[in-house]
Design a protein around this ligand. Structure first.
Ligand code: SF4
Ligand code: FES
Length: 218
């Protein structure tokens, strides 16, 4: 996946923005409107706040659209202490993890700590969310039904979470992960398949419905 990045910088920090991965979750606009403001040009102006503050807000971007690089010796971006996937009601999967995305052929397509994964099956920019869940009126309360998150015994050594976007099928997860539901339920394990066609009857897990419905995704 080759990203087209826009870059905004001052003497202290360089901020990059991948428009294709921005779903306007608006954390940046909400928390640091002096720097992130759709009414100014360019819309990101890092010199309008302290670089530590800019870095802190960039790290809140749940989709990974925003990243930063310090030019002044400040702390670089860090990896989260644990791998967590948040199931958003009627929306995407927010990954906060030391994550590597793999093609079905096991090629690395992305390494990132924040990713918004499409789970409605309708995104034009799969595997990333592009807000198509809103246009397609995707509905799922984002609550746990039958738990299909497995734990290998003995657990694997890796601390990394690998996510394979299966062709015409699910996301296959391997590595330690907590799946968090907004009703407060947390489940942990290190192996499962999550639905990305939007049609499983046991969301967020895959139940092979993608085959019945002829889901198509590279
Ligand atoms: S926080 Fe990230 S996804 Fe949300 S508007 Fe800002 S750049 Fe876009
Ligand atoms: S990807 Fe949706 S049921 Fe398998």
């Amino acid at each position: 996946m080759t990203a087209k990045l826009h870059e905004y910088h001052d003497d202290h920090i360089s901020v990059t923005w991948d428009a294709a991965r921005c779903i306007h979750a608006a954390e940046c606009l909400r928390w640091l409107p002096a720097v992130f403001d759709n009414d100014q040009k360019p819309w990101v102006q890092p010199d309008k706040a302290d670089a530590d503050n800019v870095a802190e807000i960039v790290a809140l971007c749940p989709t990974g659209a925003l990243h930063f690089r310090r030019k002044d010796g400040g702390d670089p971006e860090s990896k989260p202490d644990e791998n967590v996937i948040v199931v958003m009601p009627d929306g995407p999967l927010y990954v906060s993890a030391d994550a590597v995305m793999l093609s079905p052929e096991k090629d690395v397509t992305l390494e990132d700590t924040r990713i918004a994964l499409c789970r409605c099956g309708q995104s034009a920019h799969k595997p990333f969310c592009d807000n198509s869940h809103l246009r397609s009126n995707f509905r799922d309360p984002g609550t746990l039904q039958e738990n299909k998150l497995l734990t290998d015994d003995p657990p694997t050594e890796t601390t990394r979470l690998s996510i394979t976007a299966n062709r015409n099928g699910s996301y296959r997860l391997s590595g330690p992960v907590t799946i968090h539901f907004l009703d407060g339920t947390d489940i942990t394990g290190n192996r499962c398949s999550l639905c990305r066609c939007g049609q499983s009857k046991n969301k967020p897990f895959c139940d092979a419905t993608h085959k019945e419905v002829g889901f198509v995704a590279e």
